[in-house]
Design a protein around this ligand. Structure first.
Ligand SMILES: Nc1ncnc2c1ncn2[C@@H]1O[C@H](COP(=O)(O)OP(=O)(O)O)[C@@H](O)[C@H]1O
Ligand SMILES: N[C@@H](CCC(=O)OP(=O)(O)O)C(=O)O
Length: 361
């Protein structure tokens, strides 16, 4: 068994921005319990920004990105120091893994990240993952760690994802409201109809329930079951007890970077297809060739995510494009052999290879 456990800021820190040793201890105990039975575990821990508030005498979570990044630089160090010490007491070694969006969406980075995790787990290390907050800019940030955890679960081929928060599960509405009821199981999207997750979460966390549900969708669509409960019930959760909310798997494994494309990426431009190309993509799972593209919108570089739309403008797919927006217009409507003959063999490549394309229609 390989388990990914994600713990939110609100479950690790006090309101005044210091790490709460008891709370961190509960999470550490759960990880140690998984390891003690011989299973592997990756810990995705938020809390860098929250843990930086106290040392920097910031009264609350800053709104501007540079101050958040400064707080994360200070807080991440404290967080890892704390984990290192706590896990060392149980004889376990910690490895810090800081990821950016590119690390799970670009093929070369993705492979590196996959290999790093495989080696860390083989060596018996407990990988402690967070977003690389100090370098990520606003356009390329996850912002919350819920979706990051779902993508990490996929990246390491996890058998289960456990999301630990300050609330003991998903409720039909905000848990403070008297009519809200706990939901034990989410078997499909239909079970989420009418569930109100609109109200924001804690003062230190980001995303609230919205991003947890999005994370659950990403993981379950890839065949990974998800349990959402409070950090206080972490031990019960890792023991497989029916605490909190269980999201059942709804689909099968897919390439992680394609999941990212489908669920979260901000695309940089649009390619408009003719009807034939639309059919080729949707019905035959073909690669997108220049011959079927009628227009290019936006500015992007080769390797960027783009939307692919039909003649009516409706979204058909998302993909990682192989060419810059500046070089594509001269290629449109032309056959692969014509392009190779006039522009060189390098232009024989598809505009988007089918392995880099995910259908959205
Ligand atoms: N339907 C709901 N069920 C449970 N919690 C909800 C719901 N709607 C909003 N929330 C809020 O989401 C919060 C958890 O999100 P967040 O503060 O971002 O946590 P974390 O720091 O663990 O990621 C809960 O404390 C709760 O106030
Ligand atoms: N990477 C950020 C996580 C941001 C955050 O607050 O996430 P979460 O508590 O999981 O909603 C940090 O460590 O502060």
């Amino acid at each position: 068994m390989r388990v990914v456990i994600k713990v939110g800021s609100s479950s690790l820190t006090t309101a005044d921005g210091h790490l709460d040793p008891d709370r961190v201890g509960t999470v550490v105990d759960a990880v140690v319990a998984v390891r003690a039975r011989g299973d592997e575990v990756v810990l995705v821990s938020s809390g860098a920004i929250a843990a930086g508030l106290g040392p920097l005498a910031l009264p609350q979570r800053p709104r501007d990105l540079p101050t958040q990044q400064a707080a994360a630089a200070v807080g991440q160090r404290a967080l890892i120091a704390h984990y290192s010490e706590a896990f060392a007491a149980a004889g376990l070694v910690v490895g810090q893994v800081l990821l950016t969006v590119d690390d799970v969406s670009r093929r070369s980075h993705y492979r590196n990240a996959h290999q790093t995790f495989a080696k860390l787990l083989e060596l018996g290390v407990v990988p402690v993952v967070n977003e690389n907050d100090t370098v990520a800019t606003s356009e390329i940030r996850f912002g919350d760690n819920d979706r990051l955890a779902a993508l990490v679960a996929h990246l390491v081929h996890a058998d289960e994802l456990i999301l630990l928060s300050d609330v003991d599960g998903l409720y039909t509405g905000h848990p403070d409201l008297p009519d809200s009821r706990p939901i034990a199981t989410v078997a499909s999207e239909a079970d989420l109809a009418g569930v109100d997750v609109a109200r924001v979460g804690s003062a230190v966390g980001t995303g609230g329930m919205v991003t947890k549900i999005e994370a659950a969708r990403i993981a379950t669509a890839a065949g990974i079951p998800v349990r959402l409960t409070s950090a206080a019930r972490a031990i019960e959760a890792v023991e497989g007890q029916p605490v909190g909310t269980r999201f059942a798997p709804t689909g099968k494994r897919r390439a992680t970077r394609l999941l990212w494309l489908a669920h979260a990426s901000e695309t940089r431009g649009r390619l408009v297809l003719d009807a034939g190309a639309r059919r080729a993509l949707v019905e035959r799972g073909a690669s997108l060739l220049a011959a079927g593209v009628v227009a290019v919108e936006g500015e992007f570089s080769g390797g960027d995510p783009v939307d692919v739309v039909g003649p009516d403008g409706a979204l058909v797919a998302r993909g990682i494009v192989n060419y810059d927006s500046a070089e594509l217009p001269a290629m449109l409507g032309r056959s692969t052999s014509d392009l190779a003959a006039s522009m060189g063999a390098d232009h024989e490549r598809a505009v988007i290879h089918r392995d880099d394309l995910i259908l959205m229609a």
